[in-house]
Ligand binder design. Sequence first.
Ligand SMILES: [Mn+2]
Length: 481
Amino acid sequence: MPHSDHPPYSMRGWLARLAATDRLAVIRDNAALEFGLAAIAKRLDGRKATLFPRPGGHDIPVVSGFISHRAWIAEAMGVGEQELLARFLQASENPLPWREVPREQATAQAVVHREVDIRRLLPIPVHNEHDSGAYITAGLVIARNPATGVQNVSINRIQISDANRLGVLILPRHLHAFFQAAEARGEPLPVAIAIGVDPLTLLASQAIVPLDSDELEIAGALRGAPLPVVRCLTSEVRVPADAEIVIEGRLLPGVREPEGPFGEFPKYYSAREDREVIEIDAITHRREPIFHTIVPAEMEHLLLGAIPREATLLAHLRRSFAGVLDVHLSVGGVCRYHLYVKLRKQREGEPKNVIMGAFGAHYDIKQVIVVDEDVDVHDAAEVEWAVATRFQADRDLMVVPGAQGSILDPSTTVAWSLSNPGKAPPQLQGISAKMGLDATRPLRYEGHVFTRLRIPGEDAVDPAAVVDPMPAIDLGRLFAD
Ligand SMILES: [Mn+2]
């Protein structure tokens, strides 16, 4: 079994580790739930997790940004950054079934509320200026496939609409399919929303796996032991037994109510529209629970999407191109739209095939830059250097017009009435051009035309070892005018 100071960490164990290593900032008591908390968490995002002991005077603390750095995620997984994608892939491909525990052992159900006013019970922040109100942004939405009983986990944005009513955005994936099947029979779909889970369960929730692959089993595989789960009080849904807070409810058939606007990952708002509604049946939580919020479009949000996508893209490209060594979804490309690929090129022309493979792998990808193996794809300046010195637009640029893109990219067009673009149905939105750049150098070249500068011995220099702390030389005399 892993030792307590090694992975897998519970959320509290991980927060304790961050606190012990000066990566957790405890914020004074005057942060308001509306904007104040998010403003502070955003300012510190990527550098320190933030803990708000009494946000807006509320008894329940809020934490944010505890996996807002790539190195922290690798650390939580117990691997080096180089092994991050391989480890995630291995877990996705080898799920570990969960282990059900009785209610007495489930801290998530220590306290039970049946008649709830969620606005009073939980400290739910308002994040961005034009958001419609308070949102749950770090809730794992768990539901069972009505046909097979297999669970699905996704993180959906959840608007607090009323005391026991939530608005939710459900993209056309697995939860959507479950609800469609239930709704076609006129039935509600039971769901549970788990808030405050460990870093690896959060990450596993974003795995890109087929229908009827339970993401909680990937959490078990990532943790190296079956995830303890407990049955909900009001449904058959199983939730992580040590979640801080669980909201139990039902997606209502035939009901749509206004949801949004809400600030999303591209750092723009998604519009107010009629969307699905959850009615709350119960809220359970630990004694003295901690609420987790993810500040939209900041590193915690972006990395949660990026790492599982990168792992999937790497596996996808490697099936066709053995020379693909690494991929990275750049932060400037909101960890979704811009892909950098490191390729050990075997043949001229191959980078363009890799570009086409990447466009086919996920519709969100808008720009692909392929570089050689001497370029660090995690360093945007290195990739730009490769474009600056190995790329010519007339020869190495590919443009695919009018393809499917991300509907959240505001620069995409709609194949609909241009006078009324906002009213286009989703299947007519998000028409996007794709751009590919082959920034690899030629396989053969004369002399040192494409030889990168290197000073023999530069990598071996240890500044701590070469700097003389007490120089014998008299600098005053040396530098005297
Ligand atoms: Mn799924």
